[in-house]
Structures are given as C-alpha cells and as structure tokens.
Design a binder for this molecule. Structure first.
Ligand code: C2R
Length: 359
C-alpha cells in the first residue's frame, strides 16, 4: 500500500502453492477487502521454490506482516514451511485437488511442536481470512467491528435464505406458519455488539463478574480431555499468558456452559480441547465472536472424528485447528497471536520456538 509515496507493509501475506489455487484464494481476498485489511499475495511453493518461500516469510516478518495465510492442495507443506520461518501466526487453507482435500488438510494441520498452523476447513479461503481478521482484531477495534458486522451478514443470509426456501415449498401438508415467530430476528437484535451472548444471557440468573479477566479461556469438554488441556496450560505458563481453565460440556450442561461463556466474554481468545463429535468448539463459536482455537483429542477413530468436526466449519465461523493431541501447539499459537502486541510474550515465544527448533 502506498501512502503519500511512503511504502507501508501489508498486515497479511497470502501465499499460494500454485496459481491454480486462485479460486480458493479469491474467497480470502473478497473477505479481506470487506474487512478493509491490507494484504499481499504471492505464489511460492515449498517444494518447487523453497528458497523463495523462506525469503518471503523472513523478510515479511521483519517488515511487520502480522499474519500469514498459506493456501495449497495435495501434499500441502507450504503452510508448515511458512511456520518454520516465522513466529507470527500462520493460517493454513487446504485445497481439494485430490482425495477431497484430505491430503492437504492433514499436511497442514498435523504440525509438530513448536510450529503450529491454524488450519481451517477444506477450500475455506473465506474462513481463513475471517480468522486472520479475528487475529488482527484482538488489538484493532476497527477490524474487530468489521468482523462483527461480517458475522451478522451471515445471520441475515440464513434468515433470507430460509424465507426464500419456504416460499418455494408447495406441499399440501406443509405447515408454513408453524413457529414462525422464531424467523423474526429484528434489525435491532442483529445490530447489537455481541448479539448472541446478549440474547441468551438476559434471562439467566445473575452472573458474577470475573475480575482480572484472563487472556485465554481453556475449555476441555470433559475430564477425559484434561491431560491434553494440561499441555495447553503448561505452554501458556511458559509464555506468561494468563488463563482460566474450566471443564464444561455444552451438551451435558448447556446452561452452565452459557453462563461460563458470559463470564469469559472479555478474554482475548478461547482454546477448546475436545474429542468425539466436538461440540465444544462449535458451541463457543455460536456464542462468541472471539477467536477460537480447537485441539482435537483422540478418543475414538484416532481422533479423526474430532479433527473433522472441529475444522470443517461452515463459512463465517472459523475454528483455527491444531493437530490431534497437540495441545502444546495450541499454546504456541496463542503466544503467536498475543505476541503481536505484547513484547514480553513475543520474547518468550521466540525463545521457545527458535531454541527447540535446534533439536
Ligand atoms: P499445480 O496446479 O501448479 O500443478 O499445483 C498447489 O498448492 C496446488 O494445489 C497443484 C497443487 O500443488 C500444490 N502445491 C503444494 C506446494 N506447492 C504446490 N502443496 C507446497 O509447497 O506445499
């Protein structure tokens, strides 16, 4: 971006493994334009032009790029290679070129400590850009507001799509009017700052306010996820990041869960640690516009059920997912995000990343 002849670094760098990934990248571009976040876009492959990836990432990190988005199909080593050369958050968007994009998903998400890639769903360039917006929005109220407006546009879309669909159904037995009062979300409600929490907590019993709100809320969905959650909090401890940890299942204790979410409404981000069909991440996203990191746990199917149900979120509601059983990487990712504006966290993070990289 050029401003009176002075070159300013973009906030985000998008790197495509190939120009053939542009259809998915276009989804990210459209969102970043809506959020009014400056970005640069390059084509560079970890396999075909490794040196270029390295130079781009190192230079962009030095010049102040805050978030990287790596978009690639097949054996998508590109996001991981970006993560090797920066301590800034890296988002991976797996592209469906073969096998439904599962190859690219695994290559992006299953990164070793301490090089997390916050992976979003297959072909979800839009969610990659929204996640980047949430990261920038942690310290930028204008971007936060834009992300919030974008979230509301998805709510309006559901309402409009439903109305259109209903008028197209002509079955004789179809009861068009049944429970229609729930279709009416007023413009006022949609325009509220945090519509979900406001709406839901109005009627709940009084909620004590949490003094000294922690930076991060860690939510294991069950006591069986606690061992994994411990890895998250030990990493947060090492990075000097304050946190709350509470075991709460939105399926088993929905009311308690909603109350907890309200108590945590001022945290900077959530880390959900969960196995099986992972409703914890989805429930947090439904109740909050804050950034959510998901840690899939291996309970059944080696954690595949959990990984897929955390990562493959619909457009508008991303969850930045780390590898199965890699709670430590969720802690590192939180450090990368919070380290953008906190020099102390950044210092500890660099120590952790670049020291262990020698092993
Ligand atoms: P071509 O269309 O250029 O043959 O690329 C690209 O991201 C693309 O989806 C086919 C697919 O290969 C992917 N690719 C990677 C990497 N480089 C290219 N996964 C990498 O470095 O990870």
């Amino acid at each position: 971006m050029s401003n009176n002849g002075v070159f300013m670094s973009p906030k985000i760098m998008i790197i495509l493994g190939s120009a053939s990934d542009i259809k998915i990248a276009q989804k990210a571009i459209d969102i970043l334009e809506t959020l009014e976040i400056s970005y640069s876009l390059k084509v560079a492959s970890a396999h075909r032009t490794h040196e270029k990836v390295k130079k781009l990432v190192v230079e962009a990190t030095t010049k102040g790029v805050e978030v990287f988005i790596g978009i690639a199909g097949l054996a998508a080593h590109l996001p991981g290679s970006i993560a090797a050369y920066t301590h800034k958050p890296v988002i991976g968007v797996p592209v469906d070129v073969k096998v439904g994009g599962l190859d690219a998903l695994f290559a992006s998400v299953q990164m070793p400590f301490p090089a997390p890639v916050a992976t979003v769903g297959i072909d979800r360039g839009d969610n990659g850009a929204i996640l980047a917006g949430q990261i920038i929005g942690v310290n930028n109220p204008n971007v936060k507001k834009k992300v919030s407006e974008l979230r509301k546009s998805y709510e309006k879309k559901i309402k409009n799509d439903e109305e259109k669909l209903i008028t197209e159904i002509n079955g004789k037995l179809f009861q068009k009017e049944f429970l229609n009062e729930y279709n009416e979300i007023s413009e006022e409600e949609l325009d509220k700052e945090e519509p979900h929490t406001d709406k839901i907590f109005k009627e709940s019993e009084s909620i004590k306010s949490v003094e000294n709100t922690p930076m991060v809320s860690v939510v294991p969905g069950s006591y069986s996820d606690v061992e994994e959650a411990k890895k998250v909090v030990l990493t947060l401890e090492r990075l000097g990041i304050s946190y709350d940890i509470s075991v709460i299942s939105p399926v088993r204790y929905p009311d308690k869960f909603k109350k907890y979410m309200d108590q945590m409404k001022d945290v900077k981000l959530f880390i959900a640690v969960t196995g099986l069909s992972s409703h914890v991440t989805g429930s947090i996203v439904a109740l909050s516009e804050k950034l959510v990191i998901g840690v899939p746990c291996s309970v059944e199917l080696n954690g595949l059920d959990s990984l897929l149900s955390i990562v493959n979120m619909p457009p508008g509601v991303p969850v930045g997912t780390v590898g199965i059983g890699n709670g430590r990487n969720a802690g590192v990712l939180a450090g990368e995000i919070l380290g953008i504006s906190d020099k102390n966290i950044e210092k500890e993070l660099k120590q952790m990343k670049y020291k262990t990289a020698d092993i």
